[in-house]
Design a protein around this ligand. Structure first.
Ligand code: GTP
Ligand code: MG
Length: 381
């Protein structure tokens, strides 16, 4: 009788696993391939990427956008970089950052209203500055201004700071799509007095096809409201609009805590999963939109439970295109640091835990960025 052999595929890239040719797709070390009981196997290539978190999540900017940034660099403009505090950790396009890294820079960390009120704002500003430094842009916490749209109408200090820092040069408001640039500049316009004969216009930036709102500041300088960089690594980019909306918090985030033992998982709706693969019992706290319903699972086959939960509608929210293990990318995160740490998912929020040598396994829709970091909001206990 013919023998039926199971063909095993890499859990991440789907290549058929083989232990013959290290240069060919799907190569896996023979000793790992022999682990017949392992439910999930990765080819060596994917395993290395996941272990060291090296997947390339970089964003790219259009040539027109880079032309505009080269102008900003050449004219010694003030670059006002607006970030969405909920999720900006993977929103640094390196090609753009390289161009403006030597400019004077002010960071507006926007949507402060979404984070809990009683947090240490100095620590938060230092966290934002640290993420910029990780993107190789020199920023100190003194360059970071926390803002939210509803506080700007009665707080003029931000506009004064911009005016002082620009030293009569142009100002470019840059940042990812949806960070809040246009709303911030609309707040600016509400108290703006045009002292020049020029008008506020939206027209193509010189030499490009980019429609840019241009606000005259004096006879020779402008503020430019630039179009945002598309967040191609954000979960919202990979979901239908109706589901993406559910991932974005509409009010202050209420952290939710769960205790995980090795083998336990936390399902974040039907959109992502976090498993404590190895390590001591760990308290994790999820910071995300209240429309994402976390469910802690403790059983032998969490994957089957996850897929069943998606099909039955027990997990919320779900997305029609996310219903098979192959639709998710898988990362292993080996925690080496101690203290409060975060594992975040671009556009989706983050979990906080105390680093204790754990290994987490995280499943996110393919193409969505994952990061690890010191904690954005360390536990005050
Ligand atoms: N909660 C909260 N939401 C904000 C704040 N500022 C802006 N938003 C929301 O963020 C979304 C995007 O704001 P925009 O000002 O259009 O963002 P943008 O940076 O100009 O986006 P692009 O033009 O696509 O680059 C809108 O839905 C705003 O309501 C804020 O301070 N807090
Ligand atoms: Mg805009």
């Amino acid at each position: 009788m013919s023998k039926l052999n199971l063909v095993r595929r890499c859990y991440s890239c789907g290549a058929i696993l083989q232990d013959g040719d290290p240069a060919a797709p799907g190569y896996i070390s023979p000793e790992v391939l022999l682990k017949q009981d392992a439910l999930v196997l990765f080819c060596n290539h994917c395993y290395e990427q996941q272990k060291y978190n090296l997947l390339d999540h970089d964003l790219t900017c259009s040539p027109d956008y880079l032309t505009m940034m080269q102008d900003a660099a050449a004219t010694d403009a003030l670059v006002v970089c607006i970030v969405d505090l909920f999720s900006f950790e993977l929103a640094f396009p390196s090609d753009c950052m390289n161009i403006i890294k030597d400019n004077r820079l002010l960071v507006i960390a926007n949507k402060r209203d979404l984070l809990p009120k009683n947090i240490d704002e100095d620590t938060l500003r230092e966290y934002v500055a640290h993420r910029f430094r990780m993107a190789r842009v020199k920023v100190n916490k003194e360059d970071v201004f926390l803002a939210s749209i509803n506080s700007l109408d009665h707080d003029r200090s931000l506009w004064k700071e911009i005016d002082q820092r620009r030293q009569r040069h142009d100002v470019y408001a840059i940042g990812a799509s949806g960070a809040g640039k246009t709303m911030l500049l609309s707040a600016f316009l509400r108290s703006y007095k045009n002292k020049t004969p020029k008008s506020v216009v939206t027209e193509n930036y010189p030499g490009t096809n980019l429609a840019v709102m241009q606000i005259p500041l004096d006879s020779s300088s402008w503020i430019y409201d630039t179009p945002g960089t598309p967040l191609t690594n954000s979960i919202t980019y990979h979901l239908p609009v109706s589901v993406a909306k559910l991932c974005v918090p509409s009010e202050v985030i209420k952290p939710r805590s769960y205790s995980l033992m090795a083998g336990d998982e936390l399902f974040l709706g039907g959109l992502a999963r976090i498993a404590l693969k190895e390590g001591r019992r760990t308290e994790i706290t999820y910071f995300g939109a209240k429309t994402i319903r976390p469910v802690r699972v403790r059983n032998k086959d969490p994957e089957a439970t996850f897929l069943r939960g998606i099909r039955s509608g027990d997990l919320e929210p779900t997305s029609p295109a996310l219903c098979h293990p192959n639709h998710f990318a898988v990362y292993d995160i080996e925690v080496e640091e101690t203290g409060d740490r975060d594992i975040g998912i671009a556009g989706f929020g983050w979990i906080r835990f105390r680093g204790d040598g754990q290994t987490f396994r995280i499943y996110v829709p393919k193409g969505v960025g994952v990061y690890t970091s010191r904690s954005k909001i360390p536990n005050s206990k």
